[in-house]
Design a protein around this ligand. Structure first.
Ligand SMILES: C[S@@+](CC[C@H](N)C(=O)[O-])C[C@H]1O[C@@H](n2cnc3c(N)ncnc32)[C@H](O)[C@@H]1O
Length: 219
């Protein structure tokens, strides 16, 4: 166990990435591809925020390849994983990346880095109760710039899944984004694996980010 406050050993969770054939590694490849496409299609200054960023492996190599000029804030509660992300950012010469060891469930941790043009919520929605997934998606427009993209993931039946939804919970998440006014750009749902990756675009006006808003708490 890395830290009792985290409720789960998230460092051990990352070990599944060591197997390149694992579902998690396949998910990683999809997230990176989606992010690469978003960055390539958006010239000009960009702000990126990654919630519950882990060791940053979905974001940092893509920034180094595509857009080292992006102002990025990665928020991760586990100090060791956050340190790994910092080391990787240093190794990749990403001097516009900040890694915050902080609770991404509160906008206190990142409202100052918003409105974001790109927001990642990968590995979040399968760890929080349904009502908090709904509250988080509903709050996202306030944290985003006009035209922003959100990359999110939701596994179909993850271990200890807190959902009370029958069927595939990612379908509920898609519905929440649509209900909040987002446009779906992409949804990846492999037949032979439980991961799902969605990309939604915010077509509304730039939001007014506020600190002090509780979005979610991991179960
Ligand atoms: C399922 S993992 C996803 C990591 C990364 N986004 C990825 O997809 O590789 C969830 C991550 O959230 C972190 N975490 C848990 N609660 C958090 C919180 N309240 N604020 C920030 N990070 C948190 C864990 O330490 C872990 O690294």
């Amino acid at each position: 166990m890395s830290d009792p406050d985290l409720g789960r050993d998230w460092q051990a969770w990352h070990a599944e990435y060591d197997d390149p054939a694992s579902s998690l590694s396949r998910r990683l490849a999809v997230v990176r591809d989606e992010l690469r496409g978003i960055l390539a299609a958006a010239p000009g200054p960009l702000r990126l925020v990654s919630l519950c960023a882990g060791d940053g492996r979905d974001t940092l190599p893509v920034l180094a390849e595509e857009r080292a000029d992006v102002d990025a804030v990665l928020v991760e509660l586990d100090p060791l994983l956050a340190d790994r992300a910092r080391s990787t950012a240093r190794e990749l010469d990403l001097d516009r990346v900040g890694v915050r060891t902080a609770d991404a469930g509160s906008t206190d941790a990142f409202a100052d880095a918003c409105p974001a043009d790109v927001l990642l919520a990968c590995g979040v929605f399968g760890n929080v109760p349904d009502r908090e997934v709904a509250a988080t998606v509903a709050a996202l427009p306030s944290l985003l710039a006009a035209g922003a993209s959100v990359v999110w993931t939701r596994g179909n039946r993850v271990p200890g899944d807190p959902t009370e939804v029958d069927g595939d919970p990612s379908e509920v998440v898609r519905g929440l984004f649509l209900a909040a006014g987002f446009e779906e750009l992409s949804f990846v749902r492999p037949d032979d694996a439980g991961f799902r990756v969605g990309v939604h675009r915010w077509p509304g006006p730039t939001g007014s980010p506020r600190p002090g808003v509780r979005l979610f708490t991991f179960v």
